[in-house]
Write a protein that binds this ligand. Structure first.
Ligand SMILES: Cc1cc2nc3c(=O)[nH]c(=O)nc-3n(C[C@H](O)[C@H](O)[C@H](O)COP(=O)(O)O)c2cc1C
Length: 357
């Protein structure tokens, strides 16, 4: 496990260790999408993780899916994220803002303009979403025109620049978990007839264009992407060609020299091994629900350069310290994952606080 605690170079930065906080939506932003008052405290409490990847943050009004998620496209958003980045840096941490365009995983009640969601094709994901009126079915989205696809690429580029203005060390493009980028990858969500659909090359085009545009704008060494090959949730089906789609996509992305590739692993070990070979840069691996006794195994084996953990970091601001001392972990309070106040957000005790009480 000791390798986990050794510093590592990531793009322009030297991280304190090889542990990352996985991106987690907490739905506590202000009404205009500015990070909430407690966000700087929440993230800086966790700054001993080598890298903090923020909650999914929309690059535009259209990109919002859930209630009270933050954005990074207005002056107020930049000022809000600056407080977060400064607080993390003051504690010696590093922070990438995750750029998340929800695509069809959105409800008009949750967006500032209340318009029909935009997606590759007019196909609903077949699930519900929490809104101010409670759970509602997600309506059928409107298919983006080809021009609008290019505008969406430009929106990502614009937001990436704003993230750097806010003092973030980089951005992670959310290409995972059934949101807009993965909707383009999956034939079940993408039945377009233009150059963004059909062949593997065409379905990967949007992801590659977004990554290329952002790398051009802020530097490849500040640009990263998260993928979840084989996701089956919310109507996503990448079909039998799925693994080959990812082999192609990862090989193309590798040419850009990005800061890192982040895999939210869905279980295909053979594909993961191939991805490791195809990717010449830094690889961050998140294995959902990974037990504590497996922490460090992927870095030790060389399969990953960093390991990302979600719920354990959410519930343990001193996650790294607890690992070092083999100390017990707090359990995450699922009822406080989304929305609310400090409870279940900034009030998880450190080991020292627990011992002192
Ligand atoms: C409350 C919560 C919110 C999440 N929000 C995001 C998100 O905004 N972006 C993302 O890529 N993944 C998100 N995830 C997935 C996590 O990044 C991670 O992949 C998942 O929790 C599995 O890892 P873990 O078992 O270590 O928690 C979220 C997970 C949780 C628990």
């Amino acid at each position: 496990m000791s390798k986990l605690f050794a510093p590592v170079q990531l793009g322009r930065n030297t991280l304190q260790n090889r542990l990352a906080m996985a991106p987690m939506t907490r739905s506590r932003a202000q009404f205009d999408g500015t990070p909430g008052e407690l966000a700087a405290e929440y993230y800086s409490q966790r700054a001993s993780a080598g890298l903090i990847i923020t909650e999914g943050t929309q690059p535009s009004d259209d990109g919002q899916g859930y209630m009270a998620t933050p954005g990074i496209y207005t002056y107020a958003h930049v000022a809000g994220w600056k407080k977060v980045a400064d607080a993390v840096h003051a504690k010696g941490g590093h922070i990438f803002i995750q750029l998340m365009h929800a695509g069809r995983m959105s409800h008009p009640d949750n967006t500032p303009h209340h318009r029909q969601a935009l997606a590759p094709s007019a196909i609903a994901p077949g699930t519900g979403m929490f809104t101010a009126k409670g759970m509602q079915d997600i309506p059928v989205p409107r298919a983006l025109t080809t021009d609008e696809v290019r505008q969406a690429v430009a929106g990502f580029r614009f937001a990436a620049r704003r993230a750097i203005e806010a003092g973030a060390d980089g951005v992670e493009i959310h290409g995972a978990n059934a949101y807009l980028i993965q909707q383009f990858l999956a034939p079940s969500a993408n039945t377009r007839t233009d150059e963004y659909s059909g062949s593997i090359e065409n379905r990967a085009r949007f992801a590659i264009e977004v990554a290329t545009a952002i790398a051009e704008e802020i530097g490849a060494d500040r640009t990263a992407i998260r993928l979840s090959p084989g996701t089956t949730m919310w109507g996503i089906d990448e079909g039998a060609e799925g693994p080959n789609l990812y082999r192609f996509l990862v090989a193309e992305l590798d040419k850009l020299g990005l800061a890192y590739l982040h895999i939210a692993h869905q279980g295909n070990e053979a594909l993961l091994t191939d991805i490791r070979k195809l990717w010449s840069g830094t690889l961050i691996l998140n294995r959902p629900g990974s037990p504590r006794d497996k922490i460090g195994a992927d870095v030790a084996s060389g399969l990953a350069d960093l390991e990302a953990y979600g719920q354990m970091v959410l519930a343990n601001p001193d996650f790294v310290e607890r690992l070092k001392h083999n100390a017990p972990m707090n359990d995450a309070n699922r009822n406080a994952f989304f929305g609310g106040t400090a409870q279940g957000y900034t009030d998880y005790p450190t080991l020292r606080e627990t011992q002192a009480a």
